[in-house]
Design a protein around this ligand. Structure first.
Ligand SMILES: Nc1ncnc2c1ncn2[C@@H]1O[C@H](COP(=O)(O)OP(=O)(O)OP(=O)(O)O)[C@@H](O)[C@H]1O
Ligand SMILES: [Mg+2]
Length: 274
């Protein structure tokens, strides 16, 4: 499975650093590639190739005596290889929706189909390996395990699967993001940008077909944000990963294949392209 991934991810020199991808030429190139991606996604979608399908999702929380609906009937199909951005004001339901789409949380009603498999009614024991094999999740607040160093954090999801190549895969990823030299640092010994790069490596180690990212640059300064954005997009493109990202960043939304806006738990707009 790891062999699907091509290119730089495995040929890293250890000198890669996301900060190197700056400049308008790169942005122009990226935009052209984005159009290519859109065409591929369009063809796949018209052939019915969806990696993720959500049908009429709702999420209702019990609060005190009452109930509050925070997702109100969202349906969504995501084509293989597509880069979808979810935007919406704070509290509109982006994190809740991403958690449901990724199988981290369950809908109150509605269905989620991932790579052709309906995951809605799976038990946690059935769901965990599916999630671990198919998805990666990058959280706004990193969520690294404080008692594990950077290398161990990255290896963790692969070790859960008993993958004997866990160390080698973690090494390649950490080299790819320029952090092999920081592999023995614990999370509290890493900067915010470094923590997020470790978290991205962890999300990628099991070669996810679907990568979810919830405001991955929300806690970073603009320079680090830009570097993380470039890194995520480059890894997504190199490895044909489907990327579903919640963000407040206009820059990010401008580069997505599709932007979805949610307002008060409802999908109110879906816009293709740039
Ligand atoms: N466990 C919970 N119990 C009750 N209400 C919740 C719970 N989790 C989220 N909510 C509510 O659901 C709504 C949507 O929250 P969510 O975190 O999905 O918003 P968001 O769009 O991600 O916001 P932000 O941009 O601030 O991250 C909010 O009003 C929030 O208070
Ligand atoms: Mg959120």
């Amino acid at each position: 499975m790891w062999l699907h991934l091509g290119g730089d991810l495995f040929g890293g020199t250890g000198e890669s650093h996301p900060g190197r991808f700056k400049g308008t030429a790169i942005v122009r190139k990226r935009r052209m590639r984005s159009k290519d991606t859109m065409l591929r996604v369009f063809i796949r979608r018209s052939m019915g190739e969806y990696i993720l399908q959500a049908q009429d999702l709702t999420k209702t929380y019990s609060i005190g005596d009452g109930e509050e609906s925070v997702v109100k009937g969202v349906s969504l199909d995501v084509g293989t290889g597509e880069f979808v951005v979810i935007v919406g004001s704070s509290g509109s339901g982006k994190t809740t929706l991403l958690s449901i789409l990724s199988g981290l949380d369950r809908p109150t009603s509605g269905r989620v189909v991932m790579a052709g498999r309906d995951i809605t009614d799976l038990s946690e024991d059935e769901l965990a390996p599916v999630r671990n094999a198919l998805t990666g999740f990058v959280f706004q607040a990193y969520h690294l395990v404080p008692s594990l160093n950077a290398l161990e954090n990255v290896m963790f999801p692969a070790e859960l699967r008993g993958d004997e190549m866990a160390m080698e895969k973690a090494r390649r990823l950490l080299e790819r993001v320029g952090l092999w030299k920081r592999r023995f640092n614990f999370p509290q010994q890493l900067s915010g940008g470094e923590k997020q790069r470790v978290a991205i490596c962890r999300a990628l180690i099991n070669t996810p077909r679907l990568l979810f990212a919830d405001e991955p640059t929300g806690n970073l300064d603009s320079e680090n944000s830009r570097a993380i954005i470039e890194l995520l997009l480059e890894l997504q493109r190199e490895n044909q990963i489907t990327l579903v990202m919640a963000t407040h960043s206009r820059e990010m939304a401008a580069r997505a294949d599709r932007t979805i806006r949610i307002h008060d738990g409802r999908l109110v707009e879906s816009r293709e392209g740039l």
